[in-house]
Design a protein around this ligand. Structure first.
Ligand code: 0GY
Length: 289
């Protein structure tokens, strides 16, 4: 079973930027290994195995202390690989699961005890078949009672249609990868301004200023994505998160070097105060309180 995209970088560069003590990589994944944790039969892509051991090695190498591990679509609604990684990491990781509406209270309890603190609603059409919004709203009501929050993944063209739904969600809502803007349009384009307004008007909405490797047209070192992330960090310093996105599923243009990704950080969060909020205080408040 070969992966259908590029494997992750075998030996990333040591970043020049030193992340603050206690920094959190708030968006990363574990995949398989497939012989222990098989991929979902209905997955839209086959990843390369990316074990928890490799993830923790990368965490230490880059100077991070903690991870937020996000369930990706290739594992469907089976969170076993995620829960296994969370249990191995103990206090050093939290998780974002993908669940079905018929999940039992007992299953939720097991996930909560392992460190799951959120569910992910994925609207990216190339990754998942559509889930009716009422189903998501039902899940939202249930997980809100556990004190969990919601992570939402969609692409910029779907924002307007999704806005009424996003505003109905009863918890903190974290939007993956800045709502995936088209960076060729610039930060002043109505599409990105609409995304910024959503955050400005809804205090419960946060975003991850992550994934320059997916959003870039120019390629590394991702100068074309920096203005978008910096704008969000400076406008909403207390509601932004950052992650490596290791092992970068579905990357076809180039193999991202996590050392280069970390070196983007001082360009999007140019002061020590902004870096502390982005990398430590915000993720700790959301996932470790
Ligand atoms: C990411 C990116 C992607 C994949 C998934 O759930 C997933 O399969 O998240 C992507 O292809 O954009 O890391 O968020």
């Amino acid at each position: 079973m070969d992966p259908d995209y590029l494997p992750f970088h075998p030996n990333p560069a040591k970043p020049t930027f030193k992340v603050p003590a206690g920094a959190v990589d708030a968006h990363c994944h574990v995949f398989g290994p497939a012989d222990t944790f098989p991929y979902a039969p209905k997955r839209k892509y086959t990843p390369c195995d990316a074990s928890k051991e490799k993830l923790f090695e990368l965490r230490d190498y880059l100077g991070f202390e903690r991870n937020v591990i996000v369930q990706a679509s290739c594992h469907g609604r089976n969170n076993d690989a995620l829960v296994d990684a969370l249990k191995a990491a103990g206090e050093l990781a939290r998780g974002v699961a993908v669940i079905s509406p018929d999940v039992s209270d007992e299953e939720l309890k097991v996930m909560d005890e392992a460190g799951v603190r959120a569910v992910r609603f994925n609207f990216v059409k190339r990754l998942v078949d559509a889930t009716p919004k009422e189903v998501f709203l039902g899940i939202a009501e249930r997980i809100a009672k556990l004190g969990w929050h919601i992570v939402v993944y969609f692409e910029a063209p779907d924002l307007e249609e999704l806005k009424p739904f996003l505003k109905q969600l009863p918890t903190t809502v974290v939007i993956d990868h800045m709502g995936r803007p088209d960076v060729t349009k610039g930060v002043d384009h109505p599409d990105f301004r609409s995304f910024v307004s959503l955050l400005a008007e809804n205090q419960n909405m946060w975003t991850k200023v992550s994934c320059p490797e997916r959003l870039t047209v120019a390629g590394p070192p991702y100068e074309d994505v920096i203005p978008f992330a910096r704008h969000l960090v400076e406008s909403f310093p207390d509601r932004v998160l950052w992650g490596t996105d290791w092992p970068h599923p579905n990357m076809k243009s180039h193999v991202p070097d996590e050392g280069v990704l970390v070196d983007v950080l001082p360009k999007i969060a140019p002061t020590a105060e902004l870096q502390q909020a982005l990398l430590v205080n915000n993720p700790m408040r959301l996932y470790w309180c």
